[in-house]
Design a protein around this ligand. Structure first.
Ligand code: HEC
Length: 195
């Protein structure tokens, strides 16, 4: 009799675990599909005041000056853009600190040339395969994806990394809600020594 109860007990426990597992799985799938609209809105506001568009969005040129191109928002330095010839002997402690292109997406300084990353959720060329955790770690550590090479200037990760987790999560949720744009940003060019 005791044995029978024990058997029923263990079947019930297995069933309960199975039900719990299925339930929590469906919750996590739902949250992956649908981020909270309030969180996305806050992320959009932080991205706007954080100036991310200044460097990460290609521009349209208007009488008011360059404005972020709303059809390619945050898609990074355009791969089709031809880089103008790099000026010689203008960067140095007693010279200029940095030079940028018209879109403000490519930056030439003592670190070489850096190109603003594609922040749209394209899986290959953007942040589509990033996790929220790697984004937060990158902003806090200044390392690519939170663990790789040093993130180059003028990316102000040390300012953005001061935000609380809740705000960094909001920024990530907003970036993930954007239209994915395929744009492969070039690798940085190392310094030439010619300044
Ligand atoms: C002054 C220009 C500038 C501003 C402003 C700026 N970025 Fe960047 N960002 C860059 C450049 C340039 C790179 C590429 C750096 C490199 O290749 O090492 C970059 C890289 C990144 C990366 C890739 C990091 C990695 O791990 O490889 C992310 C994510 C990012 N920026 C997010 C943001 C967000 C979010 C904002 C606004 C809150 C922002 N950036 C504002 C210039 C900027």
């Amino acid at each position: 009799m005791r044995r029978r109860f024990a058997l029923i007990g263990s079947i019930a426990a297995t069933l309960a675990t199975l039900i719990l597992f299925t339930y929590s799985n469906s919750i996590s799938q739902q949250s992956a599909k649908k981020a909270d609209p309030t969180l996305i809105k806050r992320g959009e506001m932080l991205v706007t005041i954080g100036g991310c568009n200044d460097c990460h969005s290609p521009k349209v040129f208007t009488q008011m000056g360059p404005l972020p191109d709303s059809s390619r928002l945050l898609s990074g330095h355009p791969s089709s853009l031809k880089l103008p010839e790099l000026p010689v002997n203008i960067i140095g402690p007693d010279k200029w600190g940095a030079v940028t292109n018209n879109d403000l997406t490519a930056w030439y300084g003592p670190w070489g040339v850096s190109f603003a990353a594609n922040l749209t959720p394209d899986n290959i060329t953007g942040i589509g395969a990033w996790t929220e955790d790697s984004f937060i770690k990158a902003m806090r550590s200044g390392k690519h994806l939170g663990a790789g090479r040093a993130i180059l200037p003028p990316m102000p990760w040390f300012n953005i990394g001061q935000l609380p987790n809740s705000d960094l999560k909001a920024i990530f949720a907003y970036l993930r809600s954007l239209k994915p744009i395929e744009n492969e940003v070039p690798m940085p060019i190392p310094p030439t020594g010619k300044g």
